[in-house]
Design a protein around this ligand. Structure first.
Ligand code: NAP
Ligand code: 3JN
Length: 347
């Protein structure tokens, strides 16, 4: 393993960046130096790192000199512009945005699902969308036993998926409503407090949202199979942390609910939480702050021959973003892959 490892967190002041620092610290990631980078707006401020604080520096094209691994969560525009400079400096990028996810040169990684494709990396490794990550952590062990033909998913996504401003908007609206004041909407197109919005990210020409199509395209890339049919409806709900998903799968051979439970009980990164008679099923409130993906409500779909329904919940900021990214960085170390083959590939 490389000695004196230097890690940078780009977007360190954001909801994901802060969780990334927390995750690096609590998992004892073997970095000798951690750099906190953000825009000029927050340069000079401090962010917590365990018992210490890190001084936030402004992200520039020269920020990556001497940095081994940079974990980006500062939006697609920042990743598109700055990840190539990082690679040019010999730094490996783990990117949380959608900027590089569908680029053929960039592996799209969920460590429990497709870590083997990490060895093909060219300097930029993409972290999938949070909704894709939790869905595929739960489905991969089933797919290995009974290959999946079709997925129908509806999501119930927490406001932390929109970052600090989403959290703030829900809190402000709830406070105002309880004080008899009609709140304004600044972040979402409609009131999110006491409401559900079937609208995450922008609408595309096919009337799906970009978030919905991310789930489709990322699933095909990660499962390395474009023949798997996926259709998604993504909904923002007034929950602070953890996305919930209702997932229906059609498999190529029969998998009973009992068999599925037995498979998921042993699966890496999964906690089976499925005892309806005791009112036991995964809840957003319980998954918040946890690392695992929780699965319950497993039932055979009685409307088709080989189908299952599942309810899947995970902390979107942790497994959906920060934790998955740090796990990718851990795998890079474990697989001895902390080197860039061609520094100019993305310039
Ligand atoms: P957030 O709370 O709004 O934080 C945004 C962060 O990006 C802040 O640290 C901000 O720094 C920084 N930033 C913005 N523009 C910048 C620039 N030009 N140069 C340098 N830093 C800049 O958002 P978040 O929830 O943490 O999400 C951040 C990004 O992570 C998202 O845009 C998305 O791409 C990705 N994300 C991915 C997932 C996933 O599903 N895997 C989930 C959530 C988010 P300042 O303090 O200086 O403004
Ligand atoms: O809304 C959510 O729950 C997840 C949001 C993810 C997100 C937010 C802003 C920009 C992304 C993402 O990861 O796909 C992006 C992006 O396109 O980078």
């Amino acid at each position: 393993m490389k000695e004196n490892l230097v890690v940078a967190v780009v977007g360190a002041t954001g909801a994901v960046g802060r969780e990334m620092l927390n995750t690096l610290y609590t998992r004892n990631f073997p970095a000798t130096t951690v750099k906190a980078l953000a825009s000029s707006r927050s340069a000079g401020t401090k962010v917590p790192f365990g018992d210490e604080e890190l001084l936030v520096e402004e992200l520039t094209e020269n920020s990556f000199e001497g940095v081994d691994i940079a974990i980006f969560s500062a939006g697609g525009g920042t990743s598109t512009k700055f990840a190539p400079y990082a690679v040019k400096s010999g730094c490996i990028v783990v990117d949380n945005s959608s900027a590089w996810r569908m680029d053929k040169r960039c592996p799209l990684i969920i460590p429990e699902v497709n870590a083997h494709t990490l060895k093909e990396h060219n300097g930029i490794i993409a972290n999938p969308n949070c909704s894709t990550i939790q869905m595929l952590v739960a489905l991969k062990p089933l797919h290995d036993v009974a290959p999946i033909k079709r997925i129908v998913v509806s999501t119930y996504q927490a406001v932390s998926g929109t970052g600090q401003k989403g959290i703030q908007e829900l809190e402000t609206q709830v406070r105002k409503l309880f004080n008899g004041i009609e709140p304004e909407n600044e972040v979402y197109p409609h009131r999110i407090a006491f409401n559900c919005l079937p609208h995450i990210d922008v609408f595309l020409d096919n009337d799906y949202t970009k978030e919905e199509m991310k789930m489709v395209n990322e699933t095909n890339k990660i499962f390395e199979d474009d023949s798997i049919k996926v259709t998604a409806t993504c909904v923002r709900v007034p929950v602070f942390y953890s996305h919930s998903e209702s997932i229906n799968i059609e498999t190529t051979k029969k998998l009973t609910a009992k068999e599925a439970r037995a498979i998921l009980a042993k699966a890496e990164g999964v906690q089976l939480y499925d005892n309806p008679k005791e009112n036991m099923y995964p809840l957003a409130g319980d998954a918040a702050g946890e690392d695992d993906v929780f699965v319950g409500r497993i039932r055979e779909d009685e409307s088709i021959e080989n189908g299952l329904n599942l309810w899947v919940v995970a902390d979107n900021v942790r497994k959906g973003a920060a934790l998955n990214a740090v796990q990718i960085a851990e795998k890079l170390l474990e697989m001895n892959l902390v080197h860039v083959k061609d520094r100019n590939l993305f310039m």
